[in-house]
Design a binder for this molecule. Sequence first.
Ligand code: SF4
Length: 362
Amino acid sequence: MIAMWMNRKRALQLTAWFLENQRDLPWRRQGDPYSIWLSEIMLQQTRVEFVKERFLQFQKELPDIASLASCDEERLMKLWEGMGYYSRVRNLQKCAAVIMKQYKGKLPEDPLVLQKLPGIGPYTAGAIASIAFQVPSAAVDGNVMRVYARVKGDRTDIKSAKAKKLYQKELQLFLDQNADALTQEEPRFVSLFTQAMMELGAIVCVPNGLPFCRKCPWRNDCTANLNNLCEEIPVRSKRKTRRIEERTILVIRNGDRFLIHRRKKTGLLAGLLEFPGTESRLSVSEALHKAEEYGMTPLRIHVLPDSRHIFTHVEWQMTAFEIQVSDFELTDGDYFWMTKKELQSVAIPSAFHAYLDYYSIR
Ligand code: SF4
């Protein structure tokens, strides 16, 4: 038996607060299923301010599911450049292709059907179904978990599957029992409720630092606020420490051309373009030796600034060299020569942006 915290009065307090206080976000203004889906995928792992800029640009280039499904891969990667987690955009395109083929170009409304599509998990399915189609379907993300743990005063670890399952079940039960009646009072109730839960977590019941309880519609009802527990709840298990990897970037140049490598099709940054390099820290003589292993004749070398890039589970600490080489023929199809101009038109992952900036390529 679930002890349900949510009730109709609290739900309506929340949606009323949302209507007064929501941020003006481009996908909210548009409100169509494609915009909702695209924004939800972009917002996974990326800050809302950054997504705001990129969302409009992406949508201008690919305004609908059909154009996304048929977009050339290189152009698609370029549109996603800097957002990271490129598997998201690959899945977006795969999903668009399935929608074109099996669903006549329209996103399905049923969250259980949505969950079977590439790149759409239970949270995203719930968000699309409820926000775009008013289907009563709970969408529990990190923001919602934090808010819910606080209002209930629940100390279950919010990183655990148990907490997610518990809150998902409770909110779904609430919607199943009350969405019809509440929709009669406010026709957009389901959509507003989902967005309001996320918005409260994003701008009031914030993740870092103390929440702004005085601005919260539930301040007189919230267990954490009433009992001064906001610093203790939510409980989160400790993050694993990030693995450090040392790497050497070789910016190999022949005249004004740069040697570029396509990464292998699996693993981190799968299939993307990069400056070649090694998964270890090389000295000057080792870097020259490496160039010779590629079959090149190095003419001169100079040391470039170090840089680092942080991924979720790993940090790259990079040493780099520029090596000018004499002309030679490339035999491996995963290596290309590219001019500055050509490099500007393809996607290079953020991990290498320090070196693109060094050569004023971006
Ligand atoms: S009252 Fe404070 S802790 Fe409780 S939900 Fe609102 S912002 Fe979060």
